[in-house]
Design a protein around this ligand. Structure first.
Ligand code: C2E
Ligand code: MG
Ligand code: MG
Ligand code: MG
Length: 285
């Protein structure tokens, strides 16, 4: 399916005649400028306890805007950011926004653990561990309020080196989460080899679990797997009440998805979930 859509991946612009190459070029230009001007936005999607409905965390998801202020989704520019090396600067800015938000919520007495997505390539930077430490220090954020969401493809590069970096991060108290679990290679040896805290069940299984018994069985198996390995489990992409109930019945404790909320701009997230003062508009200062 992804392959079939491949040709249209970058078609977020109205002029349909514009070639893919032009669109890539345009996105690259927008991305470079957003990084320079520090206008990348991070939206936050709430994670909930599925039983009590309580907020248990948030995931930071980066957003880029085109010239008409329309949002370009990360799938359209993260791969490009990786190819061009811009991912390092992007990742750095996202990390700072995530830490800044978490610090703010902590100070206000409504702490929320924030998950930042980390691209495979970010590990190839020797500085990665130091960058994380520095961001925590800059924002005076205790490490327990930061989670790093990695995919298996991120773990596959430099196996031993990656484990070393994750172990150091884990030792200082940062949580490590394996994103999109069940897709990709899903080598179970990863679960043993890396110091993981959380498994996130890929939303493709949640999407199909009510119609496809096999999808549901896989979700069930992942829940048991997480349980027996003492890993926290988060279901991604919960869109309906029926999915929520099915997950609850299987014993899944936490999740996120449009049923609860789409990813929201910082201020909307705060308005909806936290009883705190609005962020001052720093651009106006
Ligand atoms: P992900 O980390 O697996 O994030 C979950 C994606 O699922 C997000 O898409 C989110 O908006 C979407 N989602 C959440 N709930 C639902 C739902 O109920 N239904 C549906 N259909 N979708 C839902 P988004 O924001 O477009 O991000 C896509 C991917 O881009 C992310 O997948 C992540 O791999 C990557 N990404 C996003 N932000 C960053 C970032 O700051 N850095 C890096 N390296 N990658 C990022
Ligand atoms: Mg994620
Ligand atoms: Mg995911
Ligand atoms: Mg994903």
């Amino acid at each position: 399916r992804a392959k079939a859509l491949g040709r249209n991946r970058y078609c977020y612009f109205s002029d349909e005649l514009q070639s893919e190459v032009d669109q890539r070029f345009l996105i690259e230009r927008l991305l470079k400028r957003a990084i320079e001007e520090q206008t990348l936005e991070v939206f936050f999607q709430p994670k909930h306890n599925l039983i009590t409905g309580k907020l248990v965390g948030a995931e930071g998801l980066v957003r880029l805007r085109d010239e008409n202020n329309r949002i370009i989704p990360p799938d359209a520019f993260i791969p490009l950011a990786e190819e061009t090396g811009l991912i390092h600067a992007l990742g750095e800015q996202v990390l700072h926004q995530c830490c800044s938000a978490a610090r703010r919520w902590l100070l206000q007495g409504t702490p929320v653990k924030v998950g930042a997505n980390i691209a495979a390539l970010q590990f190839s930077n020797d500085q990665f561990y130091l960058n994380i430490k520095q961001a925590l220090h800059t924002h005076q954020l205790p490490a327990q309020w930061l989670e790093l969401e990695l995919t298996e493809s991120a773990l596959m590069h430099n196996f031993d080196e990656t484990r070393g970096i994750l172990q150091k991060l884990s030792d200082i108290g940062v949580s490590i989460s394996l994103d999109d679990f069940g897709t990709g290679y899903s080598s179970l040896s990863y679960l043993r080899f890396f110091p993981l805290d959380v498994l996130k069940v890929d939303r493709s299984f949640i999407k199909d679990m009510l119609d496809d018994p096999q999808a549901k069985n896989i979700v069930n198996a992942i829940i048991h797997l997480a349980h027996s390995l003492n890993l926290q489990l988060v279901a991604e992409g919960i869109e309906t009440k029926a999915q929520l109930e099915s997950l609850r019945n299987l014993g899944c404790q936490e999740g996120q998805g449009y049923f609860y909320s789409k990813p929201l701009p910082l201020q909307e997230f705060e308005a909806r979930y936290l009883l705190i003062q609005p962020v001052p508009d720093t651009k106006a200062l």
